[in-house]
Design a protein around this ligand. Structure first.
Ligand code: ADP
Length: 291
């Protein structure tokens, strides 16, 4: 139903009493080691919500790549389009404080973007392709595929870089973070960014974390507050939101229903440490929606 194209990493998430200062040694209360990356997290979300998912991206031929690939396969994800190589799997170390604030260290290594020939057309008819902008050379063949197969296209625009800039006005759905909107506009004014982006895109959503989201679709626009939850760790909330959004599109949900569905999934992700353990099932989302 949904093909997710982009970044896969491995996350080491430590729950810590506070962020360490220079030369300070601290002890973590909990450690979580699992696959991460926006597109890979979104693919796991689609699968956990009960729809078919595929992932296209890079994983190194190392311990972390092996573990991540196993996780994707165990989740039932089509991994035919995963490319392995000798560059290390991107690794993230996340330190989460009790108040949920995070410090992050990312290592990307010397990973090169995958070439356009690495695009593998989805086996089962995909209704939606979700991009996180991190495999820019796969964008063109994937968009061409979507056009000929009448599939919806969604960009998870987390930050402004070459890959997301090229895609932002070529996809049907631009789902931007507050950070992306501010980088693109040159100042932090989500409402103005929304109006400006919507002049060039048929459908724009800007997610505002715990403040929910604002959207514009053709002549219509609106705002949706976040579902109130006890947030432990917001790592991955955006990725889960995007995965659920794509799953909702593939399922043919109508617009307000889809936004509520994706918001509920994003909120539930915040209730657990790390991204993957917090990814809800379809039943979890239905329960929150039913209130
Ligand atoms: P990103 O990680 O891409 O910046 P956001 O932080 O904006 O994404 O989160 C995406 C969506 O997830 C929000 O629009 C909201 O629906 C949900 N969400 C994020 N943080 C929270 C939170 N603390 N409480 C409830 N929902 C949240």
């Amino acid at each position: 139903d949904v093909l997710c194209i982009g970044h896969a990493s491995f996350d080491l998430v430590f729950s810590v009493p506070h962020h360490p200062a220079a030369d300070e040694k601290i002890v973590a209360d909990a450690l979580l080691a699992c696959g991460g990356g926006p597109a890979a997290n979104a693919a796991v979300t689609v699968a956990r919500l009960g729809r078919k998912a595929g992932f296209a991206g890079y994983l190194g031929m190392d311990l972390y790549g092996e573990r991540h690939l196993e996780e994707l396969r165990a989740a039932g994800i089509d991994t035919r389009a995963v490319v392995r190589g000798s560059s290390p799997t991107p690794l993230s170390v996340v330190l989460v404080k009790p108040d949920g604030r995070r410090a992050l260290v990312n290592h990307k290594g010397d990973t090169r973007p995958l070439p356009p020939q690495a695009f593998v057309p989805p086996a089962t008819p995909a209704r939606c392709i979700l991009f996180d902008g991190h495999e820019p050379d796969l964008s063109e063949p994937a968009l061409a595929w979507a056009r000929t197969h009448d599939a919806a296209t969604v960009l998870d625009a987390g930050s402004l870089h070459g890959g997301s800039e090229w895609l932002m006005f070529r996809v049907g759905h631009l789902v931007a973070s507050e950070k992306f909107a501010a980088q693109w506009l040159g100042k932090n004014d989500p409402e103005r960014a929304l109006a400006a982006l919507a002049e060039r895109s048929p459908c724009v959503v800007i997610t505002l974390g715990e403040h929910g989201l604002i959207w514009r679709r053709g002549a219509e626009s609106g705002r949706l507050p976040a579902f109130p939850v006890e947030a432990v760790d917001t790592t991955g909330a955006g990725d889960v939101f995007h995965g659920a959004y794509a799953a909702g599109l593939a399922a043919g949900m109508d617009w307000p229903e889809m936004l509520r569905y994706a918001s509920a999934a994003g909120a539930l992700c915040c209730t657990r440490l790390g991204a993957r353990p917090g990814i809800p099932s379809g039943a979890d989302v239905e329960r929150l929606l039913a209130g």
